[in-house]
Write a protein that binds this ligand. Structure first.
Ligand SMILES: NC(=O)c1ccc[n+]([C@@H]2O[C@H](COP(=O)([O-])OP(=O)(O)OC[C@H]3O[C@@H](n4cnc5c(N)ncnc54)[C@H](OP(=O)(O)O)[C@@H]3O)[C@@H](O)[C@H]2O)c1
Length: 246
């Protein structure tokens, strides 16, 4: 799993360890993944970790080679790595925009490039990429994040369509608000904020149920469907209410 050191990724590692799966945790924060690996291993589940920056193609390749050497096969790859944060137009930063895409979008692209040949050789596999329910429109203040997640969702959808014939399942995971370091920075009210362990349980069940999209919680999924088709004049009015008053 890419992005396992904290938040949803950490909770996912603990959730899958209960299933008896053998795990490889890949993240930049070595201290955190090593301590999580020790915690999971102490319960009798095979777990290994390696430092990996998903923005670097050679790191991703090395991470997957490491997993390939340790495990009999790579059945499931979870691409959870992500960064978020505001990028308002009044102080818009193209550097921040690029950095967000490097992780949230090119991270997925790097993993796809490296893992598709492995899964084709195996004859099967599942790739699950975490995007967001924020992928439906350009949210005010969240230009980089929502654009990067929209690109990630579209990329995963195209991969799903193409890779079906190779017996490779591609799943898009679209969470609503989950309480993590990423959302702790938000100053706005987050409806139906979920704990990471609950989110991880929903994600595992969705993956195991064979869904192509795992999205939750349902009321926010319905709300985002509505938001997607709102006429621009209503959408713009609502977004302007959320704009910083300066
Ligand atoms: N929390 C929410 O409400 C929410 C909602 C929808 C979608 N999501 C998505 O869910 C995923 C997890 O988010 P979270 O809320 O758990 O955030 P988080 O607590 O900030 O965790 C982010 C994870 O991404 C990893 N990461 C960041 N940059 C990386 C890089 N360059 N290379 C490898 N890993 C990197 C981090 O590991 P290292 O720092 O160790 O590398 C960390 O494990 C993200 O994709 C996020 O966009 C979150």
């Amino acid at each position: 799993m890419f992005g396992a050191s904290q938040g949803i990724g950490r909770a996912l590692a603990l959730e899958f360890s209960r299933e008896g799966s053998s795990l490889v945790l890949l993240s930049r924060n070595e201290k955190e993944i090593e301590s999580l690996t020790a915690e999971i291993s102490s319960k009798g589940t095979k777990c290994f970790s390696k430092r990996c920056d998903i923005t670097l193609l050679d790191n991703v390749m090395q991470g997957l080679s490491f997993a390939g050497e340790i495990l009999d096969s790579i059945d499931l790859v979870i691409i959870n790595s992500g960064v978020g944060g505001p990028n308002w137009m009044q102080s818009f930063s193209s550097k921040q925009f690029k950095e967000t895409f490097e992780v949230n979008t090119f991270g997925i692209a790097h993993v796809l490039e490296c893992v598709i040949p492995v899964m084709k050789t195996q004859g099967y596999g599942t790739i699950a990429g975490v995007t967001s329910l924020a992928d439906v429109r350009g949210y005010g203040g969240s230009s980089s994040y929502s654009a990067s997640k929209a690109a990630g969702s579209i990329l995963l959808e195209a991969a799903r369509v193409e890779l079906k014939k190779d017996n490779i399942r591609v799943i898009t995971i679209r969470p609503g608000f989950v309480k993590t370091a990423m959302t702790d920075k938000n100053e706005f009210k987050m409806p139906l904020l979920m704990q990471p362990d609950k989110a991880a349980r929903v994600i595992r069940k969705g993956i195991e149920a064979g869904r192509s999209i795992v999205q939750f919680p349902i009321p926010i999924v319905m709300a985002t469907r509505l938001i997607k088709f709102l006429p621009n004049w209503i959408y713009d009015w609502a977004m302007n209410l959320a704009r910083p008053k300066k």
